[in-house]
Design a protein around this ligand. Sequence first.
Ligand SMILES: *[C@@H]1O[C@H](CO)[C@@H](O)[C@H](O)[C@H]1NC(C)=O
Ligand SMILES: *[C@@H]1O[C@H](CO)[C@@H](O)[C@H](O)[C@H]1NC(C)=O
Ligand SMILES: *[C@@H]1O[C@H](CO)[C@@H](O)[C@H](O)[C@H]1NC(C)=O
Ligand SMILES: *[C@@H]1O[C@H](CO)[C@@H](O)[C@H](O)[C@H]1NC(C)=O
Ligand SMILES: *[C@@H]1O[C@H](CO)[C@@H](O)[C@H](O)[C@H]1NC(C)=O
Length: 222
Amino acid sequence: MKSASASITVATVLVVLFTVLSSFTVEAHVTANPSSAVSGAYFQSNFRVPHGCDGNSTDMVIVEIPKGVTSVKPRAVLPWNTTINMVALDVPIVTPSGTVNTTIGSVVWSNSVLLDSMYEDFGLQFKLPVMEGPLYWHVYQRCVNNAWNNWTGVPDASGNTAGFPAAVITVLNATGSTTTSNGGNGANPSSKPNSAGGSVFRSLGLQYTIAIGASAMLLALI
Ligand SMILES: *[C@@H]1O[C@H](CO)[C@@H](O)[C@H](O)[C@H]1NC(C)=O
Ligand SMILES: *[C@@H]1O[C@H](CO)[C@@H](O)[C@H](O)[C@H]1NC(C)=O
Ligand SMILES: *[C@@H]1O[C@H](CO)[C@@H](O)[C@H](O)[C@H]1NC(C)=O
Ligand SMILES: *[C@@H]1O[C@H](CO)[C@@H](O)[C@H](O)[C@H]1NC(C)=O
Ligand SMILES: *[C@@H]1O[C@H](CO)[C@@H](O)[C@H](O)[C@H]1NC(C)=O
């Protein structure tokens, strides 16, 4: 009886440790880093391409800008050629300096090669819409063998994602003074405090505290 309950406890400890360790494993999908942001805030994230296509090198990456995301500025990832494609805005934005009727629809990084054995971060800075929940980003990856990995899959009603999953940024409700009704368009995002970065570290810290606390409690029970 005693040894049975001890082995159950050991198994539980192993499950907890596995859960903690698995949070360190390398994600094989295209992901946004960081991926937790505050509603309506200026934000910077890197879309990480972790591998090629069946061993072939990547030669083009396209990131589609979700509707509502504004003030987009891509990172010049050298030696890639960075191309900005504009699209018409559904509703033009009126600013003191004139009417803005286009916005960035997609950013293309091309004319370079990323080996399958390496990863690269394709960065963007932008202003998030006022919203709450997952914001999906379609990322299209082309390889030298003309294969495409189209990272556009989003979960259906039952939570299943078909094909290559889209990158996702989880947008949290703004608290207190974070949402100022700053028109924002065209302003310099780098001058804005990025409160979301801090909350990522805070939530990571909390996760580890809970995981370590739980492991310690279970170890004490053995
Ligand atoms: C490139 O991909 C093809 C499948 O499209 C695969 O058969 C081939 O082995 C890959 N080449 C390399 C160098 O990995
Ligand atoms: C490189 O990007 C610029 C825009 O940033 C574009 O005008 C130009 O055509 C691109 N060159 C190539 C070779 O794709
Ligand atoms: C967008 O605005 C520019 C001037 O800023 C104007 O020349 C162009 O016709 C407008 N396009 C549309 C589709 O409204
Ligand atoms: C944030 O939460 C508050 C309180 O629950 C709610 O009133 C508000 O509408 C939410 N804002 C957003 C952007 O979801
Ligand atoms: C992937 O996206 C590219 C670019 O939009 C498109 O040309 C290609 O047909 C797509 N491939 C698949 C399998 O959906």
